[in-house]
Write a protein that binds this ligand. Structure first.
Ligand code: SAH
Ligand code: NI
Length: 458
């Protein structure tokens, strides 16, 4: 018989609770008569007064009103604004604990989802200075008090909180955003109004090459019409000599997706160059490029270590992006076959091969799950196969194709431990030993967990 479970708390009630755990998103979890309450900015062990602000059937949300005790792992946050926007949800947790939190996330899913608790999960490789690391920013532009402002969305809302220092972005990027903001103010550019879907400038996106210093500015507008570009462009170039590319991106849709289809190049080309190890990479406004350049080298070094190439191997790189992993590996392999679904990225990848005089890589446009079985049909055998999928992980057909093509080693780069664990279980069933998992902190101050796994054919 099904019994009726009632929710033991109601909205606006205050309770004293002790935080027991953290969710994978970094929220504190307390239980009231077994009913979980998720609380922002609360750490395990802390005794707090919580005000319930939302109740669902099986869990609720609350706000920490008063801290009766404070965790020894708590650190002071840099800026009260940072606590209101969602860009650094773990900022109140000491960095060393952030690293062990991420290691634990991987251990948990290996136990719970993969049922392989025996697999060694190494300590997360972190940064010396876990701030100012992002090489890309996308900030919303809105009107407040009759002024054009840039900032970030308040958590769970579309209100923009004006911000000048984002702390986790390259400080030169923060500076560029302010400079562009001021120029836009000078020419009375109309900020976007989301409710009414009026106005024009929606977002400012900035990318900066960590090693080259080259900056790309993308002005995302609602209509193709754009303010006095003949004045704005020279002003930007004069104020920011590192700017190599200015692109207008038109997004006429009423949507949360930042970039639209159409690009209009206003200065230079739709690309900047950055380097990873000793390769140069052309990056365009729409292509995927790792956002933490320092940790990208740590991550890729781990991929190289696990692959242990001697120069004679055939390598397959699935989900290749602009070819950063493929070209890094090509220097140590006989041949690399790579596939990527986005056309612009494939173009970048091919150009990047040429740029670095690398001719032992074949880039193809397609989906990993359709392309790999074809490669197998054409009789290609691989020694090492690398995958670096988006959050949803590998398609089932792809796992089957990997097992069919039977590479000696699989190196799995993952940004989502849950789908990683699911896929590792399938690969283990298909004859692979999961040797070791190395988490790498690509996103300090956030809950995102990146890792590299080595699998070997039994
Ligand atoms: N390895 C690259 C990119 C990883 S991001 C790097 O380290 O920079 C994942 C990439 O997979 C993105 O470029 C995305 O466009 C691509 N992608 C997504 N789904 C895909 C699919 N089904 N087949 C091939 N590529 C896909
Ligand atoms: Ni029941």
């Amino acid at each position: 018989m099904k019994t009726q479970h009632t929710v033991p708390v109601s909205k606006n009630e205050k309770h004293i609770v002790t935080i027991e755990d953290l969710t994978h998103e970094g929220m504190g979890v307390a239980k009231i008569k077994g009913y979980p309450i998720f609380i922002d900015n609360a750490l395990p062990g802390e005794k707090i007064e919580v005000k319930i602000h939302k109740t669902g059937k099986s869990f609720g949300y609350g706000k920490a009103m008063k801290f009766l005790t404070s965790s020894k792992d708590r650190v002071e946050i840099k800026d009260e604004h940072l606590g209101k926007v969602g860009i650094s949800p773990l900022q109140h947790l000491s960095y060393s604990k952030q690293l062990s939190f991420k290691q634990d996330q991987v251990k948990n899913v290996m136990q719970r989802i993969a049922k392989m608790p025996e697999v060694p999960v190494k300590q997360t490789l972190g940064m010396k200075n876990p701030w100012g690391y992002r090489n890309k920013a996308q900030v919303p532009v809105r009107k407040q008090n009759e002024k054009l402002v840039t900032g970030f969305f308040r958590k769970n809302s579309h209100d923009v909180i004006p911000m000048e220092n984002f702390y986790i972005q390259d400080p030169k990027i923060d500076e560029a955003i302010l400079t562009v903001r001021n120029i836009m103010r000078t020419y009375s550019v109309k900020p976007y109004n989301e409710q009414q879907h009026t106005g024009n400038l929606r977002h400012i996106m900035v990318r900066r090459g960590y090693h080259t210093g080259e900056i790309m500015i993308v002005l995302v507008t609602r209509t193709a019409k754009l303010f006095p570009t003949s004045k704005i462009i020279p002003d930007i170039l004069e104020a920011l000599p590192e700017v190599k590319s200015i692109v207008q991106n038109v997004n006429p849709k009423h949507t949360n997706v930042i970039l639209g289809e159409e690009n209009i190049v206003l200065h230079g080309e739709d690309k900047i160059v950055d380097t990873i190890f000793d390769n140069q990479f052309e990056i365009s406004s729409k292509s995927f490029y790792q956002v933490n350049p320092q940790q990208t080298e740590v991550l890729y070094q781990k991929v190289l270590d696990y692959a242990a190439l001697t120069g004679n191997e055939t390598v397959i790189d699935l989900y290749a992006g602009i070819g950063t992993i493929s070209l890094t590996m090509a220097k140590h392999a006989k041949h690399v076959y790579a596939v990527e679904i986005i056309e612009d990225a494939v173009k970048n990848a091919k150009a990047n091969a040429t740029l670095n005089n690398i001719d032992n890589v074949t880039f193809e446009l397609g989906t990993a799950e359709e392309w790999l079985p074809q490669l197998a049909e054409n009789g290609i055998k691989a020694d090492v196969l690398v995958v670096d999928p988006p959050r949803k992980g590998l398609e089932k057909e792809l796992v089957e194709a990997i097992i069919d093509i039977a590479p000696k080693k699989v190196v799995y780069v993952s940004c989502n431990p849950a789908t990683l664990a699911r896929d590792l279980a399938l690969l283990a069933e298909g004859g692979y030993d999961v040797k070791e998992i190395q988490p790498v902190d690509m996103f300090p101050q956030t809950h995102h967990v990146e890792s590299v796994t080595l699998l070997e054919k039994r």
